[in-house]
Design a protein. Structure first.
Length: 317
């Protein structure tokens, strides 16, 4: 019997009241704590990751309809891994979470890992991804860079999938829904992305006068949400920020730099307890679902070039 956990080597980092554990598998953020208490929903080193918790979503976040797309005059097929409930038939959340990453550096407050994508039918592009998690006085930065070492352009989009803890840890799915409904979320976004029955985008609509208007600090009583918001308000420095407020008054900020164009929010409403983290997923993305087909906000990395995104997570006073 092996002694290495199923999620691979565990890299612990610390700074002040913040601590985190990053896995070798998928370079996933398995724990993120402040003052010894969960900021993100955590799970054990041998556990099956619940509902994409802590994933780096690359080379695409969210869904590709039917797992098929055309790029640069060629057709590609990625494995469909979301087919329930019908009529979903999607390739969801990319490949990065499936592989063991290579450790590049480890310090007291930071860890860097890398992954060179294999030559895959659904993504044959020679792209190497590097992810650095670094703790600081305000929380954590996550810097993800994708370098194209191939001889042809590569499509690229990125997301991060933290489940922000509601601070309650209810035992049943119903209790977790109720606990999250007592939380508040603020996203300065003017537009909601509409979807079809397979959760593939089919249009957009203004948030004005709808339950999707989260521009004010909004109670999450109108669940379920498994939706994307775009047309974000950027600060003067180009950053975008979502603020999640727990019933105990603690505020968690999640956001990123000017490359972030949308947020996906999933409440997990009605999920079975084993697949229902005690919190809400607040996911910064450089593009929302099906970008490999629509081209909306899709990044194209030319040979020899790199695309980088800086994300952040932390506490607000």
């Amino acid at each position: 019997m092996g002694t290495t956990p199923r999620t691979g080597n565990q890299y612990s980092i610390h700074h002040g009241d913040f601590s985190a554990v990053v896995c070798e598998l998928g370079s996933k953020l398995r724990r993120f704590d402040y003052g010894g208490k969960e900021v993100f929903c955590s799970y054990g080193p041998d556990d099956l990751t619940p509902t994409c918790c802590g994933y780096i979503l690359a080379p695409w976040p969210n869904r590709i309809k039917d797992g098929e797309y055309d790029f640069n005059c060629k057709h590609y097929c990625a494995p469909v891994n979301e087919y329930h409930p019908e009529p979903r038939n999607n390739a969801n959340h990319g490949y990065a979470y499936q592989y063991m990453w290579k450790l590049e550096s480890l310090t007291e407050n930071s860890v860097t890992q890398s992954l060179r994508f294999p030559n895959l039918d659904g993504y044959p592009f020679d792209v190497t991804v590097t992810a650095t998690y670094e703790l600081n006085d305000k929380g954590m930065t996550v810097t993800v860079s994708a370098r194209n070492d191939g001889d042809e352009p590569a499509p690229w989009a990125l997301g991060l999938h933290p489940w922000v803890a509601n601070g309650k840890n209810g035992e049943t799915s119903e209790q977790r829904d109720a606990d999250s409904a007592a939380c508040r979320l603020k996203i300065d976004a003017d537009t909601h992305v509409t979807v079809d029955a397979g959760l593939v985008p089919n249009g957009t609509e203004p948030v004005d006068g709808t339950k999707y208007d989260l521009r004010k600090d909004t109670l999450l009583t109108e669940q379920p949400f498994d939706d994307a918001w775009t047309d974000l308000e950027h600060a003067e420095d180009g950053t975008v920020t979502a603020v999640f407020t727990r019933p105990d008054g603690k505020k968690v900020r999640v956001g990123g730099d000017e490359t972030v164009t949308s947020f996906q929010v999933c409440t997990g409403t009605g999920f079975p307890a084993i697949k229902h983290p005690a919190g809400v997923a607040v996911e910064p993305q450089t593009a929302y679902a099906n970008a490999f087909n629509t081209g909306k906000d899709l990044i194209v990395i030319k040979p020899g070039e790199t695309s980088s995104t800086a994300l952040f997570i932390g506490m607000l006073d």
